[in-house]
Design a protein around this ligand. Structure first.
Ligand code: ACM
Length: 262
């Protein structure tokens, strides 16, 4: 779907019928920065739209929708924390916000107004599922997808506002496959200022299979049933296990910083 830039009431009006169509689901995933839109002119606008997790009319609205429809929601959220702004994903239930993640890898102009995340990659136990959250450009960094797997995630919720055509939509099923878990990439559609978003949201399974895919425009709601046991069996052959065969003693170089190429 497409949030309305800096117009929470209009965004909520758009979300209400879409959320109603997801009734029966356990967990709903919404796009990145769903409460505010994405293409802020600068920090002042981002700050004006952002809310605190513990004091948010948008998250209160979602908690109400969770109570009405019986699901939990993961949403993208411009988060004020102290004097800082984070590009967050928040898991919300009928009781309110339950857990947060702050985007570790900021994209392009986001670096002008957001702080990079500082909460690691939490995995939350909820309704018998182990849920991790990553946000949009995190798609390009396999390290965080592996951290989610090592944390025991069955499912990665991935709110997105993707602008590079096809990049993440090709990479995400591979993250699902090589970590043996489910991924929901909820990408937005439409135009906002100079940006055009690419839609094609997807749900991928633990063999990298596409279980659902939205078109590149328009609103789309799809409910898919998943078998968590498939995400908990990491065996590839009788002699190979996706996590158990790792060679962490050989991976020390992964934690060495490198200079940008230009
Ligand atoms: C992005 O990280 N919103 C491309």
């Amino acid at each position: 779907m497409a949030p309305a830039l800096l117009d929470r009431a209009e965004t909520q009006r758009r979300l209400e019928p879409l959320l109603a169509r997801a009734e029966g689901a356990d967990l709903v995933v919404l796009p990145e920065l769903c409460a505010t839109g994405y293409a802020f002119a600068g920090r002042e606008e981002a700050w004006a739209g952002a809310e605190e997790v513990g004091d948010s009319r948008f998250l209160e609205f979602l908690a109400g929708r969770c109570a009405a429809h019986g699901f939990d929601v993961v949403t993208g959220f411009a988060e004020r924390h102290g004097d800082l702004l984070g590009n967050a994903a928040v898991l919300v239930g009928a009781e309110g916000p339950v857990a947060s993640y702050r985007k570790l890898h900021l994209f392009h102009r986001e670096k002008l107004y957001f702080e990079p995340g500082d909460l690691g990659v939490p995995v939350i136990e909820r309704r018998g599922m182990r849920v991790a959250m990553l946000v949009c450009f995190d798609w390009a960094f396999p390290e965080v997808w592996r951290l989610a797997a090592l944390g025991g995630a069955d499912l990665v919720c991935h709110p997105a506002n993707l602008v590079l055509h096809g990049y993440a939509q090709r990479a995400v099923p591979v993250h699902a496959q090589i970590n043996g878990y489910f991924v929901v990439t909820a990408n937005r559609v439409g135009r906002e200022r100079q940006l055009e978003f690419t839609g094609m949201s997807l749900i991928a399974g633990p063999r990298g299979e596409i279980l659902a895919q939205a078109p590149d425009h328009g609103d789309h709601v799809e409910v898919v049933q998943i078998d968590l046991a498939r995400a908990r069996d990491k065996q590839v052959t009788p002699n190979n296990d996706l996590l158990g065969d790792r060679r962490p003693e050989c991976y020390g170089g992964l934690t060495s910083p490198v200079e940008p190429t230009r």
